[in-house]
Write a protein that binds this ligand. Structure first.
Ligand code: G3I
Length: 331
């Protein structure tokens, strides 16, 4: 049984994982991802710094490897990302550019990337992580914020510029705004979550093209805001938008005041939470993608020993896999 090999209602939803082409020479890595998932995202190789390391020179070799892997295995390919305020090449951050230069650079990047993947990417994170982490949740200070409003008021900020360019370049790709600490509209994440909802609603009111939102969900084994995640997904659905859970991982960490000790019980608890969140996506019409940030504990952006993903370091199924398969069987 594979997570992607599902019947009935769930065949309309993606169950995906981020992958890193750097590990494609490991057959086990490739087989596990293609056996269990029906969508992949490149963890790093489609980002601005990977694709346009030198101004005006586009290098799609690594990003193409992931798109090709998806195509070869009948998986969907989800693009991440065209515009982010951090990890950009130094020519971009340190260049002596005006607002209109930045508009040109951003439009050129978004257009070239979406054009290259026309018909290959089902969705793109057009803008990633623009919103600040504390009240009043305004836009983070970054390079792209040097873009100021158009004189004619068509574009009021860099986010508008990026989304308008994307729709023009590929009218069929679904365009997403993606962020973290925004998954639940209740509890500790309510403030940033409401800010994102308001930002997206205002984009729709202004006629800025957007098709969905990505809820990253880098949370932990003790996450307990699932009702708020469902309520949040539903309010985006009411706006006519899709929701992708894009970067789920459930860390077990003893840092930052979070006292998690890994054990069989903890693995069980983690597995149940993975299944609960999968069920929340399957039960909510607006949710169309359930995706983890990697799939094996051997390769995660999180620290070794924090066990965040559904497969262990040796690609063995952890309890999460069985729990998720049980949920899928019920659909
Ligand atoms: O590949 C080089 C290696 O050659 C070099 O020796 C080493 C030295 O630092 O760096 C390696 O590159 C690192 C790359 O990951 C590959 O491991 C970069 O420094 C490092 O910055 C990069 O981090 C990635 C990060 O985004 C920044 O792009 C993480 O892998 C990736 O998991 C993380 O993903 C983000 C999402 O895009 C957005 N949401 C949050 C998420 C987690 O931070």
């Amino acid at each position: 049984d594979a997570l992607s090999n599902i019947s009935g209602k769930t065949t309309t939803k993606y169950v995906g994982a981020a992958v890193n082409e750097g590990f494609f020479d490991d057959a086990h890595y490739k087989e596990t991802s293609s056996d269990y998932y029906n969508l992949v995202t490149a963890e790093n190789s489609c980002k601005f710094s990977a694709v346009q390391k030198t101004q005006g020179t586009f290098d799609f070799a690594s990003c193409d490897q992931v798109a090709q892997f998806a195509e070869d295995n009948d998986m969907a390919f989800r693009g991440h990302n065209t515009c982010w305020g951090v990890y950009n090449p130094s020519w971009l951050d340190n260049g002596n550019f005006t607002s209109s230069d930045f508009v040109g650079i951003l439009e050129n990047h978004v257009t070239t990337v979406l054009d290259h993947y026309q018909g290959k990417a089902v969705a793109w994170d057009i803008v990633n992580e623009a919103i600040s982490d504390s009240a009043p949740y305004d836009f983070k200070a970054n390079t792209w914020n040097n873009i100021t409003a158009d004189a004619d008021g068509i574009n009021t900020n860099y986010i508008d510029v990026a989304f308008r360019a994307a729709r023009k370049a590929d009218p069929n790709a679904k365009l997403f705004y993606n962020d973290y600490n925004v998954a639940s509209s209740q509890g500790w994440s309510q403030g940033k979550s409401d800010a994102m909802y308001n930002m997206v609603k205002s984009m729709l009111d202004r006629g800025v093209p957007i098709d969905g939102v990505g809820l990253q969900m880098h949370v932990g084994t003790g996450y307990d805001l699932v009702d708020g995640v469902i309520a949040n997904m539903e309010r985006y659905g009411a706006l006519g938008l899709e929701v992708h859970i894009t970067e789920l991982d459930l860390v077990c960490s003893q840092k930052n005041g979070y006292d998690c000790v890994w054990s069989d019980d903890m693995e069980q608890q983690q597995g149940e939470l993975y299944a609960t969140l999968l069920k929340a996506c399957l039960d909510t019409d607006a949710c169309t993608n359930f995706e983890t940030w990697g799939f094996t504990d051997a390769h995660s952006w999180l620290e070794d020993g924090t066990h965040p993903l559904p497969f262990d370091e040796n690609y063995n199924q952890k309890k999460a896999v069985g729990s998720m398969l049980d949920i899928l069987t019920g659909y």
